[in-house]
Design a protein around this ligand. Structure first.
Ligand code: AHR
Length: 505
C-alpha cells in the first residue's frame, strides 16, 4: 500500500534567496560543548591549540556559516574580560547559569580562532543580565576596533593584531525567562537593549543587532513581550530572536512530527508582531527574524547537574533517534519556507549538548541521526527557495489537524544549475508515491536521491554502532517528461538532487 502526493515547482515562483546564515548553529559554555567537545588538549586528535581535529572535521563538513557564542543562559553572568589575556592568569569562577565551575580556558579570542578553522562567522552575544552598556561597548571595541584605543590595544597585546570584525551580535539572551541571571520585564529589557545597541553601533556602525524575543511561544508574556521590546528598540535593531525546542516525551510520533506546524505558526505570529510595530511607527524598515535556538530537546526540563561546581560535566546529551531526525528535517523545511523572513537560524547546539555531534572525552566522535538532515540542507539548500504547490493526504494528530503526510520544499541553485527537493514522508506505515512537476526547468538529470530511514523509529547511532542510521544514495526516483516520480519510504527523509541540462555540474 502507498499514498500519493504531488508537488509543482516553477523556477519563477520563488519565496526568497536563502541567507546562508539559516544553517547556523550554537556553542555555549555549557556541559561538554566547549570543554570536551571542540577543545580537549591531550586528546589524541588535538591540534597545537587543544582543538579536537575530529570535531573540526565533522563541523567543517557541515559548512556551518555562523555560530552563536558564548551563550545562551551562560552569557547573562559572563564577564568577557575573564576570558581574554594570558591563560595562566584566568580565573576559575562559579558559573551560575548551569552551576558549574568555568575555567575560562576558552574565551573570545580562542573561539574566534576556532571559528576561523571551521570557516564560520561568530554571532556574539553580550551580557545584558548582570551587565550592560559599558561591558558591551567595550567588548565591541576590543573585538572590532582596529587599534589606538585602550580595548583594541589590549586585544593587540593579547596577540590579535587584526580585529575580529564580528558583524552579528545578540543583545542578551532569553531576558524574559525567570531562570535567566538578571531576567527583566519587557520594558526594562527594551530600554537597556536600545541604549546598549546605540552605544555598540557608535563604536562600530556596521553591526547587525538581534533583540531578544520570548524564550518560547509558551511564555505567558509571549507576544506582549515582542510588541513592547520592539516598541522600545525598533530603530536600533535588525533582527528579533525566536527560540523553540520540541520533544516527543509523550511518545506520540504523529503529533511530534507535526510540530513543525507549530514552528510555522510561531514564525508567522512573530513576523506579524514585527509588522504591527512597523505600521505603528510608520517605519520603512522590515525587521527580519533570527531563530537562533531551535532543535529537538528531549531532556528539556531536567535539572542542572546534581553535584554543583563540576567542570564541564555532561549535560543535556540527548541521543537522537530516526524520528528526531525526521522532525529536524521538517523544521529545516519549515525554515526554508520562511526564507523571506527568517534570515538566521541556529540549530542548538552543535556538539555534545542537544547536538548532532557527540564526542567522548579522550575517545571517539560519532554523528547522531540529526546530523544528516542538517548536513543535507546546509550543503544543498542554498540558492532560491521555490514556492511549491503541494497536494498530499492529511491526518489529524493530538494537537494538530490537517497535517500533510508530505512536508516538502525545493531550492534552486542557479549558479550550480541544480534543483533540490527536500521531502519528509510523515506516514509511519505507508510509502508515498510523489510526482513532482518540474517542466519549467526543461531537461533535468537525477544526480542522486538520498534517503534517511530505518525500520525502527527509535533507531540511534552510538559509539559502538555509529553507522546504524546513515543516509544512503539510491532512493527510487525517475525523471520522465518534466516529471520526477519518486517513492518516499514510510517515515523517511529524502533529498532529490537534480541537475539542469546544459549547466555545469
Ligand atoms: O540551548 C540551551 C539553553 O536553552 C540556552 O542556554 C538557553 O538560551 C535556552 O533556554
Amino acid at each position: 500500500m502507498s499514498i500519493k502526493s504531488t508537488m509543482l515547482i516553477d523556477k519563477n515562483f520563488t519565496v526568497s534567496e536563502v541567507d546562508p546564515r539559516l544553517y547556523g548553529s550554537f556553542i555555549e559554555h555549557l556541559g561538554r560543548a566547549v570543554y570536551g567537545g571542540i577543545y580537549e588538549p591531550g586528546h589524541p586528535t588535538a591540534d597545537e591549540n587543544g582543538f579536537r581535529r575530529d570535531a573540526l572535521d565533522a563541523i567543517r563538513a557541515l559548512n556551518v556559516p555562523i555560530i552563536r557564542y558564548p551563550g545562551g543562559n551562560f552569557v547573562s553572568g559572563y564577564n568577557w574580560e575573564d576570558g581574554v589575556g594570558p591563560k595562566s592568569e584566568r580565573k576559575r569562577l562559579l558559573e551560575l547559569a548551569w552551576w558549574t565551575t568555568e575555567t575560562n580556558e576558552i574565551g573570545t579570542n580562542e573561539f574566534a580562532d576556532w571559528a576561523k578553522l571551521v570557516g564560520a562567522e561568530v554571532m556574539m552575544a553580550v551580557n545584558l543580565g548582570t551587565r550592560g552598556i559599558d561591558a558591551a561597548r567595550n567588548l565591541v571595541e576590543y573585538c572590532n576596533h582596529p587599534s589606538g584605543s585602550y580595548w583594541s590595544d589590549l586585544r593587540i597585546s593579547h596577540g590579535y593584531k587584526e580585529p575580529h570584525r564580528f558583524k552579528t551580535w545578540c543583545l542578551g539572551n532569553e531576558m524574559d525567562g525567570p531562570w535567566q541571571i538578571g531576567a527583566k520585564t519587557a520594558v526594562e529589557y527594551g530600554r537597556l537593549a536600545n541604549e546598549t545597541a546605540k552605544a555598540m553601533r557608535w563604536v562600530d556602525p556596521s553591526l547587525e543587532l538581534v533583540a531578544c524575543g520570548s524564550s518560547s511561544s509558551g511564555m505567558s508574556t509571549f507576544a506582549d513581550w515582542e510588541a513592547t521590546v520592539l516598541d522600545l528598540t525598533y530603530d536600533q535593531v535588525d533582527f528579533l530572536s525566536l527560540h523553540t525546542y520540541y520533544n516527543n516525551n509523550s511518545n506520540d510520533t504523529p503529533n511530534f512530527l507535526a510540530r513543525s506546524l507549530d514552528m510555522d505558526q510561531f514564525i508567522d505570529s512573530v513576523a506579524s508582531i514585527c509588522d504591527y510595530v512597523k505600521a505603528k511607527k510608520r517605519s520603512k524598515k522590515k525587521l527580519m527574524l533570527s531563530l537562533d535556538e531551535w532543535n529537538v530537546w528531549n531532556s528539556i526540563g531536567s535539572s542542572r547537574a546534581e553535584e554543583r561546581w563540576q567542570i564541564a560535566p555532561p549535560e543535556f546529551e540527548d541521543v537522537y533517534t530516526l524520528e528526531d531526525a525526521l522532525a529536524v528535517g521538517c523544521f529545516l523545511i519549515t525554515l526554508l519556507k520562511h526564507a523571506d523572513r527568517v534570515k538566521m537560524a541556529c540549530i542548538a547546539q552543535l556538539i555534545n549538548v542537544i547536538a548532532p555531534i557527540t564526542t567522548e572525552n579522550g575517545g571517539p566522535l560519532w554523528l547522531q541521526t540529526t546530523y544528516y538532515p542538517y548536513l543535507h540542507a546546509s550543503l544543498y539548500g542554498r540558492g532560491t527557495v521555490l514556492q511549491p504547490i503541494v497536494s498530499s493526504p492529511k491526518y489529524d494528530a493530538k494537537d494538530f489537524t490537517d497535517v500533510p503526510y508530505l512536508e516538502a520544499i525545493a531550492v534552486h541553485n542557479e549558479e550550480q544549475g541544480q534543483v533540490t527537493v527536500f521531502a519528509v514522508n510523515r506516514h509511519l506505515s505507508e510509502d508515498m508515491e510523489l510526482k513532482v512537476d518540474v517542466r519549467s526547468f526543461g531537461e533535468l538529470r537525477l544526480i542522486e536521491h538520498l534517503v534517511l530511514e530505518n525500520d525502527d523509529l527509535k533507531a540511534i547511532n552510538t559509539k559502538a554502532n555509529p553507522n546504524n542510521v546513515v543516509p544512503r544514495a539510491g532512493g527510487q526516483s525517475v525523471i520522465d517528461g518534466g516529471q520526477v516520480s519518486a517513492r518516499l519510504g514510510k517515515a523517511s527523509w529524502n533529498v532529490i538532487r537534480l541537475q539542469v541540462a546544459g549547466s555545469r555540474g
